[in-house]
Design a protein around this ligand. Structure first.
Ligand code: BJ8
Length: 425
């Protein structure tokens, strides 16, 4: 621990504030995770990663940087992880799900902005995140207005590069995005001093695809009844996917899936067969935002899938690995990274189709439409989501919240009533 303290000090963290943060996390984690009964043994690795959240992985990043390596921070699933790897870098997802540094964030941002943006700004300005401080470059995007403008502010405190995401998946939108991918390649090469080649990009694609395949395998197992793993655990795994070493993470997820397959064969589940099965859709749940999943699962439901960027949107599509030239592979990367149906697109009708398909595939009984307060894209798109689910006869509960715990009791009451209605259908 002492060597970690030296590392945090060297990174310029505010050690007193960081101590407070680290002291609070184990308590929450014990309640949300460790008290679950009948948890798969393979979750021990992910518990270890959380236990070491600002330790081992940060140390790995520092060792990498000490040898001249570059670390790239990202905030959105549109930024291609494979391209960072192909340029010889390491990526870390920096979105955060914790109310911290709000006073510092509100000194530079409006109060009424979504918690996710406020949180990443707070982490940076309060100097409590060793991942932020390990980044040699932050890659933002113009997905929503809040983020787009927040990256301009963030640029005063760290090196930021912003990709322009199209608003439509049209021919011109796709052309714009391909050009953005080409320019990012150039920017990453400038950062690392390493050329992206056909071989290095194919290698990066294969590594990230292997991770996506492992996550898909896990997701497919959750279609079964009884659910072999809790939604909380599956969410945690998705959250860790954004910053753990890609190959180690992939092999741990596959080892967990081996265990889950045996559990399925033996009819062992994390919850009884007849508990309500829930799909969660909406804004991403960055680590350690576990409030709603915890309420749902401690209230008698089980989450079987997430139509979230910390869920299926992150890993469902693979990048095509074949191509004769580097440009072919860059085109594949660009095409794949416009697959996610983020509410920043218009129109975004395919998302509604996908939610309905997920409900059917996972034999879910209802949907929780999760919206972070002040997130206009998902809040406004809720109308379309709810209209479609109603027309399909799928029960839906909308929860609009933030990262505070103040509304936890009220949400619990609403969720329990929703689960009861579903159970009695
Ligand atoms: S692809 S969902 S990760 S943009 S919650 S900051 S949208 S106001 S996070 Fe996202 Fe990429 Fe889309 Fe996914 Fe804005 Fe909404 Fe805040 Fe959000």
């Amino acid at each position: 621990m002492d060597s970690y303290r030296q590392m945090w000090d060297r990174l310029g963290l505010n050690l007193a504030a960081h101590d407070q943060l680290m002291a609070a996390l184990p308590l929450t984690y014990a309640d949300v995770y460790l008290r679950q009964e009948n948890r798969p043994k393979g979750m021990e690795y992910f518990d270890f990663v959380v236990n070491e959240i600002h330790g081992q992985r940060v140390k790995e990043l520092q060792d990498f940087r000490d040898q001249g390596g570059k670390v790239v921070g990202t905030f959105c699933i549109f930024v291609p992880e494979e391209l960072v790897l192909a340029a010889g870098g390491i990526y870390v997802g920096l979105c955060s799900g914790l109310d911290i540094g709000s006073a510092e964030a509100e000194a530079v941002l409006p109060r009424n902005i979504c918690s996710l943006i406020k949180s990443f700004m707070g982490f940076k300005l309060a100097r409590v995140c060793p991942y932020f401080e390990s980044c040699d470059l932050l890659v933002g995007e113009t997905t929503c207005d809040g983020k787009k403008k927040a990256f301009e502010v963030l640029g005063d405190f760290a090196p930021v590069y912003v990709m322009e995401t199209p608003q439509k998946k049209s021919v011109s939108g796709r052309a714009l995005w391909l050009e953005e991918i080409r320019q990012l390649r150039q920017r990453l090469e400038d950062l690392t001093g390493q050329k992206v080649t056909k071989e290095s990009l194919r290698d990066g694609i294969k590594k990230v695809n292997a991770k996506r395949r492992a996550l898909k395998r896990l997701s497919h197992l959750r279609r079964l009844s009884p659910a072999p793993i809790s939604g909380r655990d599956a969410l945690l795994i998705s959250q860790i996917a954004f910053y753990d070493d890609v190959e180690r993470f992939t092999s741990q997820v596959n080892a967990l899936c081996d265990e889950l397959e045996q559990r399925v064969e033996s009819g062992i589940g994390i919850a009884a067969k007849d508990v309500p099965r829930i799909v969660v859709t909406g804004t991403p749940m960055a680590i350690p935002n576990w409030k709603v999943p915890y309420i749902v699962e401690s209230g008698g439901g089980v989450i079987v899938a997430e139509e979230l960027c910390t869920g299926l949107r992150y890993f469902d599509a693979l990048t095509e690995e074949e191509g004769d030239s580097l440009d072919d592979l860059l085109e594949n990367v660009a095409a794949r990274h416009l697959e996610a149906d983020c509410a920043c697109f218009t129109p975004n009708t395919r998302r509604m189709d996908k939610i309905v398909d997920i409900v059917k595939d996972y034999e879910a009984d209802g949907v929780i439409n999760y919206v972070l307060s002040f997130c206009d894209p998902y809040a406004v798109e809720s109308y379309q989501v709810e209209k479609r689910l109603k027309s399909e006869g799928i029960p839906c509960l909308k929860i609009e919240t933030d990262y505070s715990q103040e509304d936890a009791g009220q949400i619990r009451t609403r969720v329990e009533a929703f689960l009861e209605i579903i159970a009695n259908k």
